[in-house]
Design a protein around this ligand. Sequence first.
Ligand SMILES: Cc1cc2nc3c(=O)[nH]c(=O)nc-3n(C[C@H](O)[C@H](O)[C@H](O)COP(=O)(O)OP(=O)(O)OC[C@H]3O[C@@H](n4cnc5c(N)ncnc54)[C@H](O)[C@@H]3O)c2cc1C
Length: 824
Amino acid sequence: MATSGSENTLPLDQRELPKRTRVLVIGGGVVGCSVLYHLAKLGETNIVLVEKNQLTSGSSWHAAGMLSQYHADRVHLEIIKEGRALYGEFEKNPDTAVGLHSSGDLKLARSEHEMLDLKRWIGIAKTLGVSAEIVDAARLKELYPIMEVEGILGALWFPTAGYVDPSLTTHSLARQARGMGARVFQECAVEAIKRNQDKSWLVVTSKGTIQADYIVNCAGVWAAEISAMIGEIIPSMGVEHQMMVFETIPEVKALGFELPMVHDPATPLYTRADRDGLIVSSYSDHTLFFGAGGVPKDFAGELLPPEVDRGESKLAVAMETFPALQNVGVRAFVNGAIPRSADRVPLVGPAHGYDNYFLSCSNYGGFLFVALGRYLAEWLLHGESSINLVQMDPRRFDEYADDIFAIRKMEGVTSGHTGPQAGITVPTAIGAGAVWTSPVYGLLKAKQAVFETVGGWEVPKWFARAGDDTKELPAFVTPNWIGAIGDERDALLNSVGTMDLTSLGKFEVTGEGADGYMEQRLTVDPPALNEMVYAPALNRTGGLVGLWRVSRPRAGAYYVTSDSRLTRRELDSLRWESSDEVVISDRTRDRAVLGLGGPKAVDVLAKLGWRSGGGGTALPSGAEDGRIGFVPTTLVRVPYGEMLLWELHTRMEYQAGLYERLVDAGAEFGIKDVGSRALTAIRTEAGLPLLGTDINYGADPRDVGIGELLSLCKPCFVGKQSLMWRSSNGLKLVKFKIDVASTKLSVAPTGDEPVLSGETCIGYVTSATSTYGGGTVLGFALVDSQADTTKSDIAIEILEVPYKAEIVRVDLRHLKTARVKQGG
Ligand SMILES: Cc1cc2nc3c(=O)[nH]c(=O)nc-3n(C[C@H](O)[C@H](O)[C@H](O)COP(=O)(O)OP(=O)(O)OC[C@H]3O[C@@H](n4cnc5c(N)ncnc54)[C@H](O)[C@@H]3O)c2cc1C
């Protein structure tokens, strides 16, 4: 089990730190040990873990080890499911056992809204083959005889959920990794990290210096301190979390079986059995932070002072649901620190600007998400993970995201992850306020724009009409914004709409080597002068890393635009293969973008007056530098299915003035402000999937309808050879259509719903439009590539009701015509 820190009692392989390793894992909690185990399991055994104290002396030792299976998001649930299977395997062998208790888990619903949430979850579970059922209050009483079920409408019952012993688990992972060749050094604190010329790392520890090709930062609440050693800021912070451990409860002892875990989002409380007692905990609505300004130097293996008052206020609530608690005392308060990120989603993946420094930290459920170690290991060893970790990519945050930002984002937000889901509109914490705003932000705010934060930017989602609520109200069925978005979509299809697209990723590729670089980086021929092309880009293993729009608005420069959410990641992908002769500049924050879409957009542009760099007035067929009125502008023409979109890229200081002129010019055509939701609807209707949502980064382009876009006759591009040898992951991307009238559809899919062929689940929805108009709901789904999707029994199941759907393959060949139409 745990090895002593004393030198002469350590196994030989742990006494002297090697001079060099391929991967150095920092932190010996459950997360670091899981990464170590999975790296070894995937065949990389030249690996070292260093821990400043003993294994599990951080947050891991005092966790409850609960593996609750509820999560509102499919990717999280897939990771949870895999972790549960891993524990099941470990438990079979006494040498690897983790103290697994398969007690089951109950998630309660006290309102109709929460019942719908349970139904939505059942749908997600079906796509993953996770067993669960909704039980009524009578069955609930059988499963949990000491619960007061009055006011509870039902519960989700997960028979396979349970909990593990935190210490056993962490040591089991470390021991198994060592058995495969990994080396573990305790009492070995990382003190400094330097970068070598060859980009490897020189890590100074209390036991000597070690050179590492890769580093993985798994330092829990200390992760920000480790990242600071390479000059990197991350929004990670410790948050206090307290459990109350009760004395023996006679009613529990008398039962003769182990009670399931319970999650009650309305109160919000959770509990699990602890021998003949209970552990009860709650997510506080008043967040207490730990380690702001630095974790105390000698903090190790300690608990935080108990918050008795806080505990007592929750105790009263707990007693109403579990009356047996009234007769027993609290044996111990266990108050510890949970590592969390600003948006409460773990930070997993490479840090911006480095392909050999990875984060796996801010993980609030290290035991629950133990399988994340596998996906991090895949990412590090193979260049991509086989699961869509887009929401965990640390590059979703930028330079502003420090500890203060993390605090602002988290304070006042219930620190739990099982709180009631708000139906279609899942709320995000906006405690930090706006971060990046474009020059038109104030103007749009005054026009009742409802914003969301995308990649750091405040982006209008939709515009509230007179009488509309300006907040998104929780809803599963008809969201309060649906009418407003329908109007905005109509403007784009029938007249003209304008939108702020400043959040788009914008990069410029220049320099002597630019032509050669773009030739080998893009899977299609680079654009000629004033052309614009859709250019998929691959990594060395033939996986998709970018779906860029590349244009040449002037000689000597390529202009690349990407989706808004992960511009740091896109920039890294664009830069990885470049040389000193290529200059890749990030223009995302220098350049503002206004979009102008719809049949009357050309008339508005004509009124404003366009002059190209060469002096002509013909609108570009691709992209061109010129002037709109007197404003220096890059004008880009973007075909969007039925709609033609013009993007006006200007320097920031011009945007607000240009917007006002554009609105004046468009008044006679009824120009409308449009948000991202309406544009998403148009994109979906045009059959354009989104990388990171419908398409996993690293996917085989041929599985997702992008194969036809590649110019395979090009002699050479990055990833071409590997692509030939890749095999499909068994899922293909399809479009689906549901007819609203004939199916009597009253609720639209939002993502993760099962796709059925008869009774069989063959895939899941990745994204969908709502019923904005046209009588159909459209969306994308990933389905089994062997399934016959032409059959008449295909349906999308929404809140447990199947709706007949028509499925067609995604085909993006038409995007090639962007080039063909040049000059036309
Ligand atoms: C009361 C409570 C209940 C919880 N219940 C659950 C639960 O039921 N289920 C669940 O999944 N999670 C639960 N958690 C959360 C869980 O504890 C964490 O998610 C998990 O322990 C995080 O693991 P980690 O490896 O990231 O961090 P840690 O366990 O803190 O490991 C980080 C390690 O890095 C080491 N380190 C730091 N700096 C250095 C350095 N300079 N050099 C070398 N090493 C360094 C530290 O010593 C530490 O050992 C609970 C937490 C609390 C507080």
